[in-house]
Design a protein around this ligand. Structure first.
Ligand code: ATP
Length: 376
């Protein structure tokens, strides 16, 4: 039973601050995903948790005990890497158990039992005598996960473990990892740059950018109530549209007005304070509907490219010079240059500060609303 705390953790490599004052608490048994673009500090954070990288400032705690300066071998941690890191000359079983005997912590019988248990969970019982070159990518990754499981770690670290697999296998392994975690409930910290993987796997998702934590929340919370423009655009595919607007009072309430944009804003706290500021209206492609403009909601777009996706058509377009994406029905007849009036779901709107990117408004919830704790 292990919870993990990162307390104001900073990692500097000479003049690069890879991780900047990171505060994060991972509950016992939680599956936390660290996600962000390349170079945002995810792997460095994981390596500090493993003890493979020193911490410049701050503390790492496991169940309340500082482990900041402990060697990896003195932390009961296991790590699964993107490249599997299996010894090519050893069988799958030997890869899984290598070093356990010499560590003297386990008897031969215990090791056998643990291998049998992990192999059954991962469905690799028939592969144990094979060497890595006789295994597929997915099977190799199962063996690498098996090696982590036999050690019964207090916490499990995974660094992009599915990136080397093809798309179909990745989706299958993603589901298997979820199932495995439900079964074992080992505290897990999982790094990926893939927002879909983050959303589907994480109990909570921590979004990082340029060494800084942007937001940590449950997947749906991140999607529905991003804390800033970065999170809004990073989580979700295609990304949320952000269109330049001003907020004005028109006698009936507030409207967001910009070139090609005229949208009535449901009133939640703080809207009056935004009058006159340079803002971005955030609206997701699926919350915009072609030919559904009304007096209350109208976004005028010109089509640049149409991408038929089978079940829908993705439209790349422009709203008065600002790039935007829309989804319309399958077999759409829209063509380049067509002008479309979109209506927006009024309870799915956001406003961001144009300069800082901070979220200033959600149309269906006050910014003050606190997220429920994970345990509820
Ligand atoms: P990726 O998804 O590409 O692996 P990441 O989010 O995991 O990226 P990190 O590998 O943690 O990012 O790197 C964060 C920053 O720290 C980057 O700017 C990187 O160049 C820098 N960095 C990482 N390791 C070192 C090192 N050993 N020496 C100097 N700079 C480093």
């Amino acid at each position: 039973m292990t919870d993990i705390t990162l307390d104001n953790v900073t990692k500097r490599f000479e003049d690069v601050t890879a991780v900047d004052s990171l505060d994060l608490e991972i509950d016992d048994g939680e599956f936390l995903v660290l996600v962000g673009p390349s170079g945002c500090g995810k792997s460095t954070t994981l390596r500090m948790l493993a003890g493979l990288e020193s911490v410049t400032e701050g503390d790492v705690l496991a169940s309340g005990e500082a482990i900041t300066d402990l060697e990896p071998k003195n932390r009961n941690v296991a790590m699964v890497f993107q490249n599997y890191a299996l010894y090519p000359h050893m069988s799958a079983k030997r890869n899984m158990t290598f070093g356990m005997k010499s560590a003297g912590e386990y008897t031969d019988e215990e090791i056998e039992d643990r291998v049998a248990e992990a192999a059954a969970i991962l469905d690799i019982e028939d592969l144990l005598e094979r060497k890595p070159k006789a295994l597929s990518g997915g099977e190799r990754q199962r063996v690498a996960i098996g090696r982590a499981l036999v050690r019964d770690p207090d916490y499990l670290l995974m660094d992009e473990p599915l990136s080397n697999l093809d798309a179909k296998l990745r989706i299958q392994m993603r589901a298997e990892l979820s199932e495995l975690h439900d079964e074992l409930e080992t505290t897990t910290i999982y790094v990926t740059h893939d927002q879909t993987e983050a959303m589907t796997l994480g109990d909570r998702v921590a979004v990082m950018n340029a060494g800084e934590l942007q937001q940590v929340a449950r997947p749906q919370e991140l999607y529905d109530y991003p804390a800033n423009r970065f999170v809004a655009e990073f989580i979700g595919s295609p990304a949320m549209n952000t269109l330049p607007v001003d907020v004005r009072e028109d006698g009936d309430g507030y409207v967001a007005i910009g070139d090609g944009v005229d949208v009535r804003l449901p009133e939640t706290d703080g809207l009056a304070d935004l009058e006159g500021d340079r803002l971005l209206l955030g609206v997701r492609p699926e919350d915009l509907h072609a030919d559904a403009a009304t007096a209350d909601t109208s976004i005028q777009a010109t089509v640049s490219v149409t991408e038929p996706l089978g079940d829908t058509t993705l439209i790349h377009g422009e709203v008065a010079g600002t790039f935007a994406k829309f989804k319309v029905g399958a077999r759409s007849s829209l063509r380049q240059g067509d002008v479309v009036e979109f209506g927006a779901d009024l309870d799915r709107l956001h406003l961001f500060d144009d300069e800082t990117g901070a979220t200033l408004y959600h149309s269906d919830r006050s910014l003050e609303t606190a997220e429920q704790p994970l345990s509820q």
